[in-house]
Design a protein around this ligand. Sequence first.
Ligand code: UDX
Length: 425
Amino acid sequence: MARIAVVGSGYVGLTTGACLARLGHSVTCADVDVDKVARLRGGGLPVHEPDLDGIVASACAAGRLRFTDDPAAGVDGAEFVYLCLPTPRRADGSDDLSSVTTAARTIGPHLEPGAVVVTKSTVPVGPSHRVVEALGRADVAVVSNPEFLCEGAAVADFLRPDRVVVGSTDRSAARRVAALHAPDGVPVVLTDPVSAETTKYVSNAFLATRLSFCNGIAALCEAVGDDVDDVLCGMGHDRRIGHDFLRPGPGWGGSCFPKETDALLAIAADHGFDFRLLRHAVEANREQFDRVVDKVTALAGGSVAGVRIAAWGLTFKADTDDLRGSPATEIVRRLADAGATVCAYDPTVRRPPRGLDVEIADDPYAACEGARFLVVLTEWDELRDADLGKVAELLAARNVVDARNLLDRDELRRLGFTYRGIGRS
Ligand code: UDX
C-alpha cells in the first residue's frame, strides 16, 4: 500500500483521498483553507456527496486518512502526490491554472526524491509542462490522470470506473498510478499527457453535445406532436446509441460541462480550429434555458411580471448541493429579471444563493403557497414523490411547467392542471 498526499480537498480531492484510503492506502489530504480543514478534522464534509461521509469517517477511524492545512508538510514522505485544485474559467473561456502552479511551487522543494505527481485537476491541453516547471524538480515524474467523477455518484465512479486514463512520458510511473486504484478488469488507457487531458475535455464535450441534441429532439417532438420519451426510448435501444445520457431537460450545467466546453472551444480556436459543432451545442443549451422560460411566459399570457412562481430545485442536478452552472438558477434568474417573484425549494439550499433574487421555502409545499405556476427544475426523488393533490390545493392556479418530465402528467391532468413538459405534445 502506498503513502499518498492529495493537495486540494474539494469535491474531487476529498473523494480521491477518501477512496484511495478506502482501498488501503495511507493518505494525507491537504488544503490551504484552514476552516475547511478544521471542519474535516471534526468529521464535517464541505460537500454533499452520497456515501462519502461514511468512507471518510471509517478511513479516519482506521488511521489511513488525515487532514492538514499545510500542503508542504502534507507531501512529506509521500510516494504519490495528487493535485486536485480548481481551474476556474477566465473571461476568455480558458482555464486559469494559477492555483495548480502555485501549489506546485509550494510543494516542489518538499517532494521526496522519485515521487510521482499526479494531476487530477483539469489542466488545459498542452500546458501540463507548466506544472513540471512550477515543481522545479527533475527527479519527480508528472502524470496526468483526469477524473471522470459524476457528482452524486462520485464514490461509485471512483471505486468502479468505466476506464482509467493515465498520461505521462514516464510509462512506468503511469503504470504505477493506474495500479493504485484501477480495479481488475477495468480498461486502462496509458497514453501521453496531452492525449489524457484531451480525453477528459472531449468526453464531456461529447456528452454535452449529445444532451443538446436530445433537447433539440424534444423541441422537434413538441413541434410535430410526438412524445419525446417514446422517441428516445426507441433510439436508445440501438446498442450504438444506448439509453444513458438521453434525458431531455432544462439544459445541461454543473461545474464541468459549461466550463470545459468553453475551454475546449478556446483551445481549438487557439490552434486555428473553429469547432462549430460544439459551439452550436453550447448555444443550443442557452436557448434551452430560454425555452423553459418561454413556456412559463406563454402560459402566463405573455408576461410573468408580478406573477408568483414556485420553483422546485436549484442545484444543477439531483443528489448534489452544487449550484455551479445550474440551469435551474439560470432559469430562476431569467424569470426574476422578467419581473416574477420566485419562491424556490431545494433539499440542499437553505438561503438564497448570492446574487439570485429568490425566496427560499422550507419544503416543497410552502413554495407553492399562492403561486400561479409550479416550475420543476431539478429531478430530486423527494419532488417526484410529492403529494400533487396537496400542491393543487396550495397553488393559486393549477399550472405546471415540468422541465425534467419528473411528475406524473396523467395525475396532474386529472387534478385539472395545465401541464407543459419537455418534448411532450
Ligand atoms: C460530468 C461528467 O459526467 C463527468 O464524467 C465529469 O468528469 C464531470 O462532469 P457532473 O458535472 O457531475 O459530471 O454532471 P452529469 O451527471 O454529467 O450531468 C451534467 C448535466 O447534464 C446536468 O445538468 C444534468 O442534469 C444534465 N443531464 C444529464 C441531462 O439533462 N440529461 C441526462 O440524460 C443526463
